[in-house]
Design a protein around this ligand. Sequence first.
Ligand code: NDP
Length: 253
Amino acid sequence: MERLTGRTALVTGSSRGMGRAVAGRLAQDGALVAVHYATDGAAAHEVVASIERDGGRAFAIRAELGVDGDVEGLFADLEEGLLDRTGSTDLHILVNNAGVMGATSAAEITPEHFDRIFAVNAKAPFFLIRRALRNMPDGGRIVNISSGLTRFANPDEIAYAMSKGALEQLALHFAKSLGPRNITINSVAPGITRNGNPVFDIPEAVEQMAALSAFNRVGEPEDIADVVAFLATDEARWITGSFVDATGGTLLG
Ligand code: NDP
């Protein structure tokens, strides 16, 4: 039996990037995974197919986050998918991974762009957690994907870093109230991690980004997936409210 057999998981933004790797890893560990996406249904269904090829279980659900009705819409589909496959709407693991980047300086960012970044990166996770707690049995797991930028200055991403700073508050405060239910909640902070951004096709750019890490390479989505998967297991039962530096040593300076 795998370590997450019998568990169910929702990974937001798992059509690509780190979310995809997290979904694959949790499924490999035995969880039934809801692969959530906003726009790219083909990519999400390919993630599901890939999990199934590897002997895992998954289904896709679409919901744009950061807009009115987002959380209720997502949970309506999630509950239907869980009920069909397990006979219950229990959700054991929530990974708040979906996020929007915001490489715009303080001088240039518009109020609308600022609000959008906060709506997707901080507000949606808050209300997803609140809603998920109705379905989460005791012993559940919540992991929020933050960023090393909450501790590493980059003035061009100030609004994005602020939104991740807000996201990190969720682990601190929810941890205290969820302890009696043995539900843990933690923040995982990746450093620069390979995703579909074309910048990762430019060798000189990758070399510069790699130099920020103690290991002289950029992160791979699987580097983060392994950390998230650990936090989702019973072995991580004593870790809650924490900030996990998964930047490959970038924060060492
Ligand atoms: P990607 O940009 O590769 O993928 C983002 C995912 O989030 C996609 O599945 C996308 O779905 C989904 N998504 C984006 N906006 C929304 C929305 N409004 N509603 C619903 N889903 C949405 O992400 P990464 O793997 O790069 O990043 C994952 C997380 O890690 C993010 O929270 C990011 O801030 C954080 N992070 C990333 C770093 C990096 O270097 N890559 C570094 C530090 C933190 P769809 O495509 O269908 O729209």
